[in-house]
Ligand binder design. Structure first.
Ligand SMILES: Nc1nc2c(c(=O)[nH]1)N[C@H]1C(S)=C(S)[C@@H](COP(=O)(O)O)O[C@H]1N2
Ligand SMILES: [Mo]
Length: 393
């Protein structure tokens, strides 16, 4: 591994600044043993995960219907490179840029973050933009490159941390600041031989001042290394890439900032922001169900924009539809905030044979899952109703 930072990677890191470059040089000194460490550190057993190399999908068939939140050991992982191990004792978050009154900026350790700002909790759906991508191929005949997720690149998490707006005000954000670039501390991302620098993405100051969180906890526990320990950004309801893990830096600017993660990727005629509406059955694909008896079927629906208002179910491949029974506590509880909604449906005495189960959700903004998802080159936002096969017999 080279100890020098070549000119191209310097050019690819215009927003990172001196501290980032120093860290990049340190990164080059990682001994081979660590460089060969697995991309994901937590166990991802095949009973609960689908292995996609640096990514891992949660199996909906292994989701416990009684449990609302997704425990971290079960949460999907999406890594561009590999999970870094960061020492919380020396960790600092740096804020800088011309959108701050003092552009040279400030930095904060974890203890300072906890002590200085009001600690808050917030529940949100956490989901990858490409969730459901495999159905572009299998259901619509328009395959898209990238991780072939089924529907398990999603979870609902209760985050613990501090409001980014509190931190920004303390750091002296200017009224004319418009854009913030969040930069991760994981390795540079190399795409087909091109070093694109650290995983980073810009988002509007308006989102930062609304509900963005700097989170150190998930469901009351410290973040696992795979999920961003010691600190990650959380942009509730937005595409997963917006929630930068292992957050090292926030550049606050008075002009629009960009990175390949909002221009080249996660972009359909503009940077993607709010996640669409989706639903999943808590069943294996081609689940075997008993004939002649009533079965209680369960699943979940979610939206990046608003709580779920209703879910319709079809057990005859889409000919007739019935209302699913929503869990009241999920649909209403302020505690559940922007989380998903569990539902159930009693399927009375299904006949032997193959069937397709369909679930179609509508959120409180009136957004309904379509029959066909809009094709796009990278296979984002598959939000169509998924036809889930089961075998009764
Ligand atoms: N630093 C960094 N942040 C990142 C990523 C990454 O590879 N590096 N992946 C992003 C993507 S595409 C998603 S979907 C989420 C996944 O978060 P999780 O692995 O905690 O589930 O993190 C986002 N934040
Ligand atoms: Mo993602």
């Amino acid at each position: 591994m080279s100890l020098s930072v070549d000119r191209r990677s310097l050019l690819a890191l215009p927003a990172v600044g001196a501290a980032g470059l120093a860290a990049a040089r340190l990164g080059a000194l990682v001994p081979p043993a660590q460089a060969a460490s697995p991309a994901i550190l937590k166990p991802t057993p095949p009973a609960t995960f689908i292995d996609f190399g640096t990514n891992a999908e949660m199996r909906f068939s292994a989701v416990d219907p009684r449990r609302y939140l997704t425990p971290q050991p079960r949460l999907f992982v999406r890594n561009h490179t590999r999970t870094p191990q960061i020492d919380p004792a020396t960790y600092r978050l740096r804020l800088h840029g011309d959108g701050l009154r003092r552009p040279e900026g400030v930095s904060l350790g974890l203890d300072e973050l906890r002590r200085r700002f009001r600690v808050v909790e917030l529940t949100s759906v956490h989901e990858c933009t490409g969730n459901g991508r495999s159905f572009f191929a299998t259901q619509q005949g328009t395959p898209a490159p990238g991780t072939q997720w089924t529907l398990g690149a999603v979870g609902t998490v209760r985050w613990q941390g501090v409001r980014l707006r509190d931190v920004l005000r303390w750091a002296g954000v200017r009224p004319d600041a418009v854009s913030i670039q969040a930069v991760g501390l994981d390795d540079d991302y190399i795409d087909k031989g091109e070093n694109l620098g650290r995983v980073r993405r810009a988002f509007p100051v308006a989102k930062a001042l609304d509900d963005a969180l700097l989170a150190w906890g998930a469901n009351g526990r410290p973040l696992l290394p795979d999920h961003g320990f010691p600190l990650r950004l959380v942009l509730p309801g937005w595409v997963g890439i917006a929630s930068i893990k292992w957050l090292g830096e926030l550049e606050v600017a008075r002009r629009e900032l960009t990175s390949p993660w909002n221009t080249r990727w996660y972009n359909i005629g503009g940077p993607l922001t709010v996640n669409p509406v989706r639903s999943a059955w808590e069943l294996p694909w081609e689940a075997a169900l008993p004939a002649g008896r009533s079965v209680v079927l369960t699943g979940r629906s979610w939206s990046g924009a608003a709580p779920i208002a209703r879910v319709e179910i079809s057990t005859d491949g889409g000919t007739t539809w019935r209302a699913a029974r929503l869990r009241r506590d999920d649909a209403r509880s302020a505690d559940h905030g922007n989380g998903w909604t569990r539902w159930s449906h009693v399927w009375r005495s299904p006949r032997a044979g193959r069937h397709e189960l369909l679930a179609r959700a509508t959120d409180r903004l009136g957004r309904t899952q379509p029959d066909v998802a809009a094709a796009n080159p990278n296979g984002y936002f598959f939000d169509a109703v998924v036809r889930h096969p089961v075998v009764v017999g």
